[in-house]
Unconditional design. Structure first.
Length: 343
């Protein structure tokens, strides 16, 4: 028996078909534990250098592969040493078995697609509806990336993205990092094409941490559901980037992977300093975002919200997210009875 999915259920199901980061590239010297939409994963790098994402549970007796060891192009369970191939997840060796031809033929772990980009490892739980994010504004340019320590936030992906690119909260949340900024928001120049939302906005040198860098143009780019970036184009320094990639541990609980990048000709601060300053901004946001209720966008329209012109980017992002849902899980899709997401 089936029934029509709620909008919340569609959003959660749709995100299973999109790319999300699950680890930083720099951390793959040893296997890493990750959780994506409730699915426990292991992320590791093989001897040949290939990043791999697979289910974390060993199908023998349930041990966690994140505690295991990499052997060439396979990973070994920490409990009994069973090895599973990175390429297809099939069991390739059982130490306790004298005749390796008697390996149970169904012994395997699920292997997920992987893209390594922006200093992070990305995967999708189900067939992704589109290729991995590849912003047009960065193509043909050489950037050096530095991945930050991820941040945990009790919010959904959409709430995290909206916070990242909202500009009306600057005077109230970022007075220390950005200095005093105008309360009134000028008419925003926002455009949307499919799942991508673009906005350009000038940033004038103020009195905060950024004052010495001078004026710049902020090029905002978000893509539904979980890609956010700002490319700063300084008049005298060149281009640098801050980007955030909230990854849903659960529907309304994210691990925010993020980082900074400098164009190879950037004349300003180095990556470590830019990360320090951008982290100030993130840490100012975190307690405010943690108090937002509901913790994810109310796609089913239960709560009343009011919007003003300063919310133009937010409204376009929500249209893009709904377009994403339509692509991944069309309206009217039926779901099994009794599998409603918890409130």
């Amino acid at each position: 028996m089936t029934n029509k999915m709620t909008q919340r259920e569609r959003a959660e199901a749709a995100m299973r078909r999109q790319w999300f980061p699950v680890a930083r590239s720099v951390d793959l010297a040893t296997p890493q534990s990750a959780t994506l939409l409730g699915q426990r994963l292991v992320v590791y790098r093989t001897e040949s250098g290939q990043a791999v994402v697979q289910d974390a549970r060993c199908p023998h007796r349930g041990a966690d592969f994140a505690l295991g060891k990499v052997h060439g192009e396979s990973i070994a369970c920490p409990y009994h040493g069973w090895r599973f191939a990175a390429e297809d997840g099939k069991c390739s060796h059982i130490p306790s078995l004298e005749d390796q031809c008697k390996i149970p033929p169904q012994a395997s772990i699920k292997t997920y697609p992987v893209v390594e980009r922006f200093a992070h490892i990305w995967t999708a739980l189900e067939d992704p509806i589109q290729p991995m994010y590849d912003p047009v504004q960065w193509q043909g340019l050489e950037f050096e990336w530095l991945a930050a320590e991820p941040l945990l936030s009790p919010t959904g992906v959409a709430v995290a993205v909206e916070n990242f690119r909202d500009v009306a909260h600057f005077p109230f949340v970022h007075e220390v990092s950005m200095g005093p900024t105008p309360h009134v928001v000028e008419p925003l120049k926002v455009s949307r094409e499919g799942l991508d939302i673009i906005m350009q906005r000038p940033l004038h040198a103020g009195e905060g941490e950024w004052a010495n860098d001078g004026d710049c143009l902020m090029y905002y780019h978000c893509a539904a559901p979980g890609f956010s970036s700002i490319t700063y184009d300084y008049e005298r320094l060149g281009k640098r980037i801050v980007a955030g990639f909230p990854s849903p541990v659960a529907y309304d609980d994210v691990k925010i992977f993020w980082g900074v990048a400098n164009h190879r000709e950037f004349k300003g601060a180095d990556l470590a300093e830019n990360l320090r300053i951008e982290e100030m901004v993130y840490l100012e946001d975190m307690p405010i975002a943690a108090g937002i209720f509901p913790r994810e966008i109310d796609w089913d329209g239960i709560f009343v919200e009011h919007s003003v012109p300063a919310d133009l980017f937010t409204l376009n992002y929500r249209r893009a997210f709904r377009a994403f849902m339509d692509l991944a899980v069309p309206e009217g899709t039926q779901g099994p009875v009794g599998q409603r997401s918890p409130a």
